[in-house]
Design a protein around this ligand. Structure first.
Ligand SMILES: *[C@@H]1O[C@H](CO)[C@@H](O)[C@H](O)[C@H]1NC(C)=O
Ligand SMILES: *[C@@H]1O[C@H](CO)[C@@H](O)[C@H](O)[C@H]1NC(C)=O
Ligand SMILES: *[C@@H]1O[C@H](CO)[C@@H](O)[C@H](O)[C@H]1NC(C)=O
Ligand SMILES: *[C@@H]1O[C@H](CO)[C@@H](O)[C@H](O)[C@H]1NC(C)=O
Ligand SMILES: *[C@@H]1O[C@H](CO)[C@@H](O)[C@H](O)[C@H]1NC(C)=O
Length: 562
């Protein structure tokens, strides 16, 4: 008991401390709308969705975790982990079957024999245990709202339970549990119920359409109908449309745009996991698989950005134990793309464990960012990596004049910067990144200075030089993944940018460019990301100690000329 109390106090203290730190800014200017490929607030400024999925669509229809922590603690935990939004799932029948929706949380758990969960929710959330299921769902939404967390209501399935398979009767319009009229009724009820609840910023019409009945004509017929119904019941929310084949395929939208009577609210969503490509990542060469999978992604959904639609990766994730090689390799490729395209996203999942999933009580979720007892993060280093993607690199409302590149390494979620004025180069938080420019002559220069990145022979640190016309100052992106940065260090030998064990930037022999499926090139994977974030390299403050001598004005002018 004493231990538990201690941890509770300690945990509350952490929450208190983290509430003092400026993590995510409260989102102002709701509701959201779209401006070409961007999601923007009332002032027209970009709001990047950095969401986490929270499950409430399983048999008990109760948001997971309420048996582990008070709802307000969970909401605050979401904020302290840097997320600004939750994709909260719901089963259609919660909205359409009044005898289900009016069951209390206690009754629902009782009917499934989940007696321990009853006692635990009673202890952690006494104000919720005897609410009806629909009121309990609303209580989770309000708690998120009180903590400035945006919510996307995601109709995940019809019949409550784990999702998804081709033959579960929930896959496509006309399936056993998927009556299109009932679906429109349910969407309308949820849209109406949350009309005026300002933190509910979007509704995902239906998760992962799939199965033998799926076809493009019915997709347009029903998705447009569902979209109109939601919009007329609640014109504030973004209307989010899933693709076919488990939300992997939106290719058909290329030549047949979604046709609805309203504008500025439609967002398309896509899902992308390691297992979306079976075990390709572990059986193949990571460069070749990444190149192939990303090409496929661009032709099935990524093209939408160029067509002016926002694309929300509403599910991605990995086994956070780090033991699944397929997942690990996929994630490095995913993070590169997500940074480069500056996508909106929702991690699968918040859930550390479920009350009941697929017949197992208390099942642990290794894709969950929280651990089994919803107390600590499962993998702090993954969260650190993910934090690189939580704020936008560019978009409306961010400086339009300070366009530069950052050099991002997915493996660490870090960017290349200088520790001191003349190097060495190292990895650090992307918010402190140098501003680089990649010139048509293929040099990587510090913007506004004469310095450029130069290769040395294999094993030596990469460095900054002033003579930028020789071959060792020219960089190409090579291999199928296009993530290896190479340079000709000397006659006939080329090297790749890499890191050593201290995160110092070095050049090394290029690793596993093709064929080999045994080795992992991730330490040599970098992306040049367009950014308009304000950058530190144009501000001398970091180098005050070095510049604090006579003549610093001269030196500074010299360094920042051009
Ligand atoms: C509502 O749910 C209950 C309990 O599962 C079920 O018995 C009933 O048939 C459902 N009602 C409708 C109209 O689907
Ligand atoms: C869009 O829908 C409207 C009304 O439903 C119809 O009149 C119009 O022709 C459609 N436009 C396209 C491009 O299909
Ligand atoms: C956390 O995830 C990373 C991959 O991002 C993995 O390398 C590491 O082993 C994991 N750590 C733990 C403690 O599970
Ligand atoms: C390095 O040398 C090769 C062969 O001469 C050439 O094809 C390549 O473009 C060079 N790379 C750079 C970055 O200049
Ligand atoms: C990393 O840093 C430690 C401590 O400064 C040093 O002893 C070690 O040699 C460095 N490793 C490499 C690969 O440079």
């Amino acid at each position: 008991m004493g231990r538990i109390t201690f941890f509770k106090i300690f945990f509350n203290f952490l929450i208190f401390v983290s509430s003092l730190m400026p993590h995510t800014k409260p989102v102002m200017g709701l509701p959201l709308s779209t401006n070409a490929r961007w999601i923007v607030n009332e002032e027209g400024q970009r709001v990047k969705l950095a969401c986490v999925n929270w499950v409430a669509h399983l048999e008990d229809m109760v948001a997971e975790g309420l048996s582990k922590q008070p709802v307000d603690i969970i909401s605050k935990k979401i904020v302290s982990m840097g997320f600004n939004c939750v994709r909260l799932t719901w089963p259609l029948y919660l909205a359409t079957n009044d005898s289900l929706a009016s069951l209390t949380v206690r009754q629902s758990l009782q009917s499934l024999g989940l007696l321990e969960s009853i006692a635990a929710i009673q202890a952690n959330n006494p104000s919720i245990i005897d609410l009806s299921l629909i009121k309990a769902y609303q209580a989770a939404v309000s708690s998120l709202g009180e903590n400035n967390v945006m919510v996307i209501l995601d109709n995940h399935i019809s019949k409550p339970g784990w999702c998804c398979s081709n033959f579960d009767g929930n896959g496509f319009f006309g399936d056993q549990y998927f009556n299109p009229d009932l679906w429109v009724t349910g969407l309308t009820r949820m849209a109406t119920m949350f009309n005026g609840v300002s933190n509910v910023v979007g509704m995902s019409l239906r998760n992962e359409l799939r199965g033998p009945k799926q076809n493009v004509n019915d997709w347009y017929r029903y998705m447009q109908k569902g979209a109109e119904a939601v919009h007329s019941a609640n014109p504030d929310v973004l209307v989010i449309l899933s693709g076919l084949s488990y939300d992997k395929d939106l290719s058909f939208v290329r030549n047949r745009p979604v046709n609805v009577t309203f504008t500025g609210k439609i967002v398309l969503e896509v899902h992308w996991y390691g297992f979306s490509d079976g075990s390709a990542w572990v059986t193949g060469n990571p460069n070749q698989v990444c190149g192939r999978v990303v090409n496929n992604l661009m032709s099935t959904s990524g093209f939408l950005l160029d067509q002016g639609w926002p694309l929300f990766v509403s599910e991605f994730g990995m086994d956070l134990r780090g033991t699944n090689v397929n997942d690990n390799r996929y994630m490095n490729c995913f993070l590169g793309v997500a940074a480069e395209l500056d996508l909106d996203w929702a991690l699968w999942t918040l859930v550390g464990s479920y009350n009941l999933r697929e017949g197992t009580i208390g099942l642990e979720e290794f894709y969950g960012i929280l651990n089994w007892n919803w107390c600590e993060t499962r993998n702090a280093s993954f969260l650190q990596i993910l934090s690189a993607l939580q704020s936008p690199f560019k978009g409306p409302g961010l400086s339009e004049t300070n366009i530069h590149k950052v050099i991002f390494q997915p493996l660490t979620g870090l960017c290349i910067l200088r520790t001191t004025l003349f190097g060495p180069l190292t990895l650090g938080p992307c918010r402190e990144s140098e501003a680089w420019s990649y010139t048509p002559q293929k040099t990587l220069s510090l913007k506004g200075t004469y310095f450029c990145l130069q290769a040395d022979e294999a094993g030596k640190p990469g460095k900054l030089g002033l003579i930028c016309t020789d071959t060792k100052s020219k960089w190409d992106m090579i291999s199928d993944s296009k993530m290896h940065l190479t340079s000709n260090a000397s006659e006939g030998t080329y090297v790749c940018l890499d890191i050593d064990s201290n995160n110092t930037i070095v050049t090394n022999t290029c690793k596993c460019l093709s064929r080999d499926n045994k080795c992992d090139p991730a330490s040599q994977w970098f992306k040049l990301i367009d950014s308009t974030r304000s950058s530190t390299s144009t501000k001398p403050s970091r180098y005050h100690s070095i510049l604090d001598f006579q003549g610093k004005d001269f030196l500074w002018k010299f360094l920042s000329s051009a």
